[in-house]
Write a new protein. Structure first.
Length: 162
């Protein structure tokens, strides 16, 4: 039984704190958010100490279909204009946005309660003070096969064929 399963089953005093770390190569610093009314300082799995800002976060499970991807929808409420500025920077730079979803326990913020989930943001929309982000675990359909491209740089003997 995992720590989170025990907490969900026991109904004790511990509270689960979901957090989002949204990063992009075009940004100077990541966007750090947690669900709830107060900010939380937590340590990540790679020993970084991050302060997550309080926000309303909702997660919608993926649809059951034959698309080949697992898309989760994250709705983030009470987001300031910072999010819109970051979205504009990512679009202008043409960089991918990555999202890391972690669960912490209120009694132990020294490490996530379970391994983090990492996503690639596929698209998003902003309506009023709410940002809705669609993110996928892994895009199997748009992945090249074979992954290693045989070019003359990778395999020098190829320049003699042709």
């Amino acid at each position: 039984m995992t720590v989170l399963e025990r907490v969900f089953a026991s109904g004790g005093t511990e509270v689960v704190i979901p957090t989002l770390e949204i990063t992009c190569a075009a940004w100077a610093a990541p966007l750090l958010l947690c669900n709830g009314w107060e900010d939380h300082t937590c340590t990540t799995e790679d020993n970084r100490v991050l302060t997550f800002r309080a926000s309303g976060i909702q997660v919608a499970l993926p649809k059951r279909n034959t698309s080949g991807t697992q898309v989760l929808t994250f709705a983030i409420d009470n987001v300031t204009g910072d999010a819109q500025a970051l979205i504009d920077q990512a679009l202008e730079a043409g960089e991918r946005v990555h999202l890391t979803f972690r669960h912490y326990l209120s009694s132990d913020k020294s490490a996530p309660a379970e391994p983090p989930l990492r996503f690639v943001v596929r698209d998003g929309a902003m309506e009023g003070a709410t940002v809705q982000i669609n993110a996928a675990f892994y895009d199997a359909i748009n992945t090249a096969w074979p992954r290693a491209f045989y070019t003359p740089t990778f395999a020098p003997g190829l320049r003699y064929f042709g």
